[in-house]
Design a protein around this ligand. Structure first.
Ligand code: DPM
Length: 335
């Protein structure tokens, strides 16, 4: 049955999400898109706190568990209390649990990282921030790349939702001169005016899947998969398939210094990937191009191939060292 035939029958669809402000904005947007395409359907939203949300204030690095921000939502999918789940794709592990499928990847917002200056020191850029300035970020990917280019900057953890982080940034007593945040999150929350500078690729390559939303469903739920496929944005899916294949092959979790950028033009897909050591001293990067195919095979192959070149070029040693080190950064993220 074609998708448009489904719109004549009625059905109720339950959408699962985390409770954070950004997650709710994203989920409302998904509901709006689905309501437009399937006007006879009804949609409801179930908000859930995940382990990652509940333990935001404790020492997360003591908890090595994976999928902290997705597990409860996946359990709700399995017991059928929800039919689909909306994720920031970059928070969704590259290998999904048995029985789960990535039903759609939606059109990407700007995937790049942004510098957000404190109102205490307006008018600066990442290049002109004075030596010793403190940058608030908990991302080893951001810290390691910036350390490489700007060894005189300092870095401090900053946690909490976006408003909390911005309040900490602007506070007179606070240590931070600036934060690094995803352009996409700031835009979706209506805070694009806080972007002081979009970081160029030679300063920071973004995280795998950054700026895109991923919709997770049960693999055997063909009806929901059909509905959800209406949300898919093929160019974004091609790009994110390559990025995720690279990450999967490198066995990178959400807190590793791995960055990417992808472009599509003239039916060619380009992926640049990089791995950097935590001190910023070793920087391995590689770019490759493929002719796109209608299925996702070429994109998948591109990701694996870039991962191979990175590994043999020294990334393997960097990532092994990080995994083996006892004080490895194990902070799970989510927003
Ligand atoms: C992941 C990371 C961060 C989030 C690590 C990274 C950033 C954590 C931090 C995997 N998830 O990017 O290297 O800097 O403290 C997150 C954000 C968004 C989704 C916020 C952000 C919004 C953008 C999007 C947290 N997850 O990156 O500033 O939807 O892609």
């Amino acid at each position: 049955m074609a998708i448009k035939d489904d719109s004549t029958v009625s059905r109720h669809v339950t959408i699962g999400t985390r409770k954070s402000q950004l997650a709710l904005v994203q989920t409302d947007y998904v509901k709006e898109c689905l309501t437009k395409t399937f006007p006879n359907f009804t949609f409801s939203i179930v908000k859930m706190a995940t382990t990652g949300d509940k333990i935001l204030d404790v020492a997360l690095n003591k908890i090595g568990e994976k999928s902290l921000f997705t597990k409860e939502l996946e359990i709700a999918l399995v017991d059928k209390s929800v039919d689909l789940v909306v994720h920031s794709l970059k928070d969704l592990p590259t290998t999904l649990p048995e029985g789960m499928a990535l039903g759609a990847v939606m059109e990407r917002e700007d995937p790049r990282d942004a510098l957000v200056l404190s109102t205490k020191n307006p008018g600066l850029t990442i290049e002109t921030l004075p030596a010793g300035s403190v940058i608030g970020t908990s991302s080893v990917r951001r810290i390691s790349q910036l350390r490489r280019k700007f060894p005189d900057l300092k870095f401090a953890d900053v946690r909490g939702n976006l408003n909390t982080r911005l309040a900490k940034l602007d506070s007179e007593e606070g240590p931070y001169s600036a934060l690094i945040l995803a352009v996409a999150g700031l835009k979706r929350l209506g805070m694009a005016e806080r972007i002081s500078q979009i970081l160029p690729n030679d300063v920071s390559l973004h995280a795998v899947g950054q700026g895109a939303l991923g919709i997770e469903c049960r693999e055997d739920d063909k009806d929901t998969l059909k509905i959800v496929s209406s949300l898919n944005h093929l160019p974004t899916r091609q790009r994110c398939t390559a990025e995720r294949a690279m990450m999967r092959a490198l066995e990178g979790g959400c807190s590793v210094p791995i960055g990417v950028t992808t472009t599509i033009s003239d039916n060619k897909l380009t992926l640049e990937g990089m791995v950097v050591s935590l001190d910023g001293q070793k920087y391995i990067h590689h770019t490759e191009v493929v002719d796109m195919t209608e299925d996702l095979e070429a994109a998948e192959g591109l990701g694996k191939s870039v991962a191979d070149k990175l590994s043999s070029g020294g990334a393997d040693a960097i990532l092994k060292k990080i995994k083996a080190s006892s004080d490895a950064p194990k902070l799970p993220f989510g927003n």
